[in-house]
Design a binder for this molecule. Structure first.
Ligand code: T5A
Length: 228
């Protein structure tokens, strides 16, 4: 059976990376997916992210997140930024996501198409229809099977992210930008209730992890995967 693409989304500092890692460890250890794949084997858990899930993507990520912080004087124009995220995604889908899904993997992906709608659409104000078309081109139509939206106020998320040290190029944008991004995620969740599940990310790491375990166990049962 083809694999599943599970995406973690949310504003900066919402806890995606933390929860994705915990989720990966839990799935590896839990035995939930033991009955998957060929007899006697288990499905591969693949953790990846956008931007930066491929070699090309690592280069694009560096340009996108570091530009302007250190020595690069030239700002990245909004449409150029949009196309760089799309290029990262097109490479990611072709090189990693589709081949791994063909092999039956469970992919945990830190950000995907909804980030482009939220950041470049709602945040930067670029045309939503254009972004939808571009997402379609970049993905060849590959949608997530489930998107976990870690919902937290932009201000709290930014505070968490900035406590770690220097802010990257996107984190340096003003609060109003990040609040528009947050509204974008809320709008997407309202538009796609089947695909996007909201999780209250203002709670402790353990509580958020427990909520994710519950949602995934139920989805795996619905998909006929695992014995959880
Ligand atoms: N982008 C991306 C676009 O603009 N368009 C696109 O199409 C795509 C794909 C990616 C940037 O690119 C933008 C969005 C981003 O700006 P990134 O480094 O991947 O850059 O940025 P983020 O995904 O935002 O990564 P962050 O690390 O900032 O946020 P996370 O992953 O949500 O948060 P995490 O887990 O690293 O946690 C942040 C801090 O909070 C603590 C953690 O310990 C950590 O210190 N924390 C908690 N504290 C209290 N309670 C909890 N429940 C906590 N959970 C985590």
């Amino acid at each position: 059976m083809r694999g599943k693409l599970i995406v973690f989304e949310g504003v900066e500092g919402s806890g995606k990376t933390t929860q994705l890692q915990r989720c990966s460890q839990w799935l590896e250890a839990s035995g939930l997916l033991l009955r998957l794949g060929a007899v006697g084997t288990r499905r591969q858990i693949v953790a990846t992210r956008e931007p930066g899930g491929t070699s090309l993507g690592i280069g694009l990520r560096k340009l996108l997140l570091e530009a302007g912080i250190h020595s690069t004087p030239q700002p990245i124009e909004d449409r150029a930024e949009l196309l760089m995220y799309a290029a990262d995604r097109a490479q990611h889908v072709e090189e990693l996501l589709n081949p791994q899904l063909e092999l039956g993997a469970i992919i945990l992906c830190d950000r995907y198409t909804d980030s482009t709608v939220a950041y470049q659409g709602y945040g930067r104000g670029l045309d939503l229809k254009l972004i939808e078309q571009l997402n379609q081109i970049a993905t060849g139509g590959l949608e997530s099977d489930l998107t976990l939206w870690l919902d937290i106020e932009a201000e709290i998320g930014l505070k968490r992210a900035r406590q770690r040290g220097s802010a990257d190029r996107m984190e340096q944008a003003d609060l109003a930008f990040h609040q528009r991004v947050q509204q974008g995620f809320a709008q997407l969740a309202a538009s796609y209730p089947q695909r996007i599940v909201r999780i209250d990310a203002s709670q402790s790491e353990d509580v958020v992890h427990g909520a994710i375990q519950e949602i995934l166990s139920q989805r795996f049962r619905e998909w006929g995967l695992g014995n959880g």
